[in-house]
Write a protein that binds this ligand. Structure first.
Ligand code: PLP
Length: 411
């Protein structure tokens, strides 16, 4: 099996397993796709990469060169971005509980936009801008009452979300008052993010329409950021909407609204994370022992929930193959289990595979999002290396953690 014409067996020899592998051409295709189709003649557009899906310097470098903007949610993600000289004015800072240190730092370096989650955060920003005599551009994160759970979405009066403020709530009104009184706070518009791995385009349309409705009250053009959450293909049960359709539809909804009403929009933003990196990523494992129980057959791999916690956390599904046996008859129904001391450390249940031999390589697909970024050192597993492949060449983005690095902060 090859990824970008590089033999994965060769990658195993060179870097060992478990190994995260990214196809750079695929990453670029996804970024360029959004940038190309998310465009309008009526207003500016901006595509942000939600870096929490996969925040390492090399992918941020690529995002920077492709002309993407960035969404960060912590000092750590911001630091990583600044280390690759990501243009500060193209960084949006999210989060419901940013610390005072984080806010002070972001404002002092002149970050692009802070997406303000709540009233107390706005008061903190109010103080900091005055203390530093520094201005900051902000969006307000709205709870638009659209809740999306993968295949289903519901427009609810779901008022208790951890994120955002409700339109016309007391907090919302007070936020507008705080903004009015402080010229250092440059209010630009609104943000909403309704969930993740969403298949239903109508959910995004509904959320955007809610934001568009709010803009009617303002007599200057607003920035509207509709968030991310666009679904990807993990298994054949998943039928995601292609990014060109997602992009064009959202643009059309906004353009229609401009025609019908006297709304003004300065800029429309989206912030895909998963759909930029997920399908460009693979995880390579070595199969060790195998075991039959009365009702199951297990193939054990040399990684597990430490490099991919999504199956344990969300019952996420994945597809896999045994390298070199892709075309052999799939005679076995097996459970792929990791090496952690947890019964829930299963990567795939009911995988159809050919008979494996000890030392075979197992590859799982669509692991590029929230795999590395949610990895852990549980059982003192070493964080795997991350290798990028492009035009037949491979290079390390992150080298494998060493045993010494594992304990270097321990006194
Ligand atoms: C997580 C998140 C995203 C990205 O979501 P994906 O499902 O990875 O596309 C975008 N915006 C905000 C505010 C988020 O929290």
């Amino acid at each position: 099996m090859e990824i970008s014409t590089v033999d994965v067996r060769y990658l195993k020899e060179k870097y060992g397993t478990p190994l995260y592998i990214y196809d750079v051409a695929h990453l670029k295709r996804n970024m360029e796709g959004y940038l190309k189709y998310f465009k309008s003649n009526e207003f500016e557009t901006e595509v942000l990469f939600a870096s929490k899906a996969f925040s390492v310097k090399e992918v941020l470098r690529i995002a920077k060169e492709e002309g993407m903007s960035l969404d960060v949610v912590s000092m750590g993600e911001l630091y990583t971005a600044l280390k690759v000289d990501f243009p500060k004015d193209r960084i949006y800072f999210h989060g419901n509980n940013k610390t005072i240190e984080e806010l002070e730092y972001a404002i002092s370096i002149g970050i692009g936009i802070i997406v303000v989650d709540n009233l107390m955060e706005l008061y903190a920003i109010d103080e900091i801008t005055k203390k530093l005599s520094k201005s900051i551009r902000i969006l307000i994160r709205m709870n638009v009452g659209v809740e999306a759970h993968t295949h289903k979405f519901i427009v609810t009066s779901h008022v208790d979300s951890k994120f955002g403020v409700l339109y016309n709530s007391e907090d919302y009104k007070e936020m507008l008052e705080v903004i009015k009184k402080n010229p250092l706070i440059k209010f630009k518009g609104f943000h909403s993010h309704i969930g993740s791995q969403i298949f239903d385009l109508n959910a995004f349309k509904a959320a955007l329409e809610k934001l568009l409705n709010i803009t009617k009250e303002f007599d200057f053009p607003l920035v509207l950021n509709i968030g991310g959450g666009f679904a990807v293909h993990y298994t054949d049960e998943d039928k995601p909407i292609p990014f060109d359709i997602v992009s064009k539809t959202l643009i059309e909804v906004a353009e229609e609204a401009l025609k019908k009403t006297n709304i003004k929009i300065e800029k429309l933003c989206i912030e895909p994370g998963r759909s930029i990196v997920a399908e460009a990523g693979y995880t390579l494992y070595t199969i060790g022992f195998m075991k039959k129980t009365p009702n199951k057959e297990y193939y054990f791999i040399d990684g597990g929930m430490t490099d991919n916690i999504r199956p344990a956390l969300y019952q996420a599904k994945y597809d896999c193959d045994i390298v070199g046996k892709e075309n052999e008859e799939k005679t076995e129904v097996v459970t792929i289990a990791g090496k952690c001391c947890e019964s829930g450390d299963l990567i795939i249940e009911g995988a159809r595979l050919p008979k494996a031999a000890i030392g075979d390589l197992l590859i799982t697909y669509t692991t590029g999002a929230y795999g590395y970024s949610m990895s852990s050192n549980y059982n003192k597993a070493l964080t795997p290396a991350v290798v990028f492949v492009e035009d037949g060449k491979d290079y390390l983005a992150v080298r494998r953690q060493t045993l010494d690095e594992l304990i270097e902060r321990e006194v």
